[in-house]
Design a protein. Structure first.
Length: 271
């Protein structure tokens, strides 16, 4: 790598510009979350910054609200259901797209990505209208299925990335040792894919738990998920309770990333 003295003024300016944009983008992403968490500890009964004091009152209040607790449980059910569906559909799809030798393999890969490229609002409205045509009412199951379609590409691409880096010679060696295709898949391929599967499961769970753009059109009247309940709460109150709910969601996302980092390491996902 060249030293700064060996670089031209344009190289130095380019590196400086990239670093400035990166730092600015990081601040835009992190600062709002930090402010929300700080506000959630304010002693005042309305949202204001900076806070006047420190209290855990609003976090205790979150778990005293029956609607919020029920919404959390609904979102938890959706997140778990979406994760299971993404694993069940995404892993075989990734295997077929990478190891398959059939016509239309590229079309299958593109078909999986397309729903993720469509805005969630558009997909939510489309699922709502399609369900109405066939007599399926909005419910927690319709919400789970629609979110699965929306984010399935996350699981597929995560597993694909890992699978493309695996040496096919490992599976060939298992075949030479008279292992069946299923035995090779179970004892060789799946253990090596496990870091990517776990990482994809965490990402899909967080997205299923926090999704608003699709869920707002597909949830049932009695199955309100937490993001929709939070949106309704924002419209009728300005107390730090809203910030406390957001703080809980931020903590859940951080815990999920920490668990992935501790269990498999983020560097191992795509290796």
């Amino acid at each position: 790598m060249r030293s700064l003295r060996q670089m031209s003024i344009w190289d130095v300016l380019g590196i400086g510009l990239i670093l400035a944009v990166a730092v600015f983008s990081l601040i835009l992403l992190v600062a709002p979350s930090i402010i929300v968490v700080i506000i959630s500890f304010d002693t005042r009964a309305y949202v204001s910054f900076p806070p006047e004091g420190f209290t855990l009152r609003w976090y205790a209040e979150v778990f005293k609200q029956d609607k919020l607790v029920e919404a959390m449980l609904n979102s938890l059910q959706v997140g778990v259901t979406v994760t299971i569906l993404c694993i069940a559909l995404g892993v075989p799809t990734a295997l077929a797209c990478v190891r398959g030798r059939f016509r239309g393999k590229t079309a299958l890969s593109v078909f999986v990505i397309v729903p993720h490229m469509v805005p969630g609002i558009v997909l939510g409205v489309a699922v709502l209208f399609a369900g109405a045509l066939i007599g399926v009412s909005p419910s927690i199951w319709l919400q789970s299925i629609s979110i699965t379609v929306f984010i399935l590409a996350v699981m597929v691409r995560t597993v694909q990335s890992r699978l493309m880096r695996l040496d096919p010679a490992l599976e060939e060696a298992a075949a030479n040792l008279r292992a069946t295709a299923f035995q090779s898949l179970r004892t060789v391929t799946f253990p090596l894919l496990m870091p990517a599967i776990l990482a994809g499961a965490v990402f899909t769970f967080v997205e299923g738990f926090d999704n608003l753009s699709v869920a707002i059109f597909t949830h049932g009247f009695r199955d309100r998920p937490l993001p929709v309940e939070l949106l309704s709460l924002v419209q009728f109150t300005s107390s730090p309770l809203v910030a406390a709910v957001s703080g809980v969601q931020i903590v859940l996302a951080i815990v999920a990333l920490v668990l992935v980092s501790i269990s498999i390491g983020l560097d191992n996902v795509n290796e």
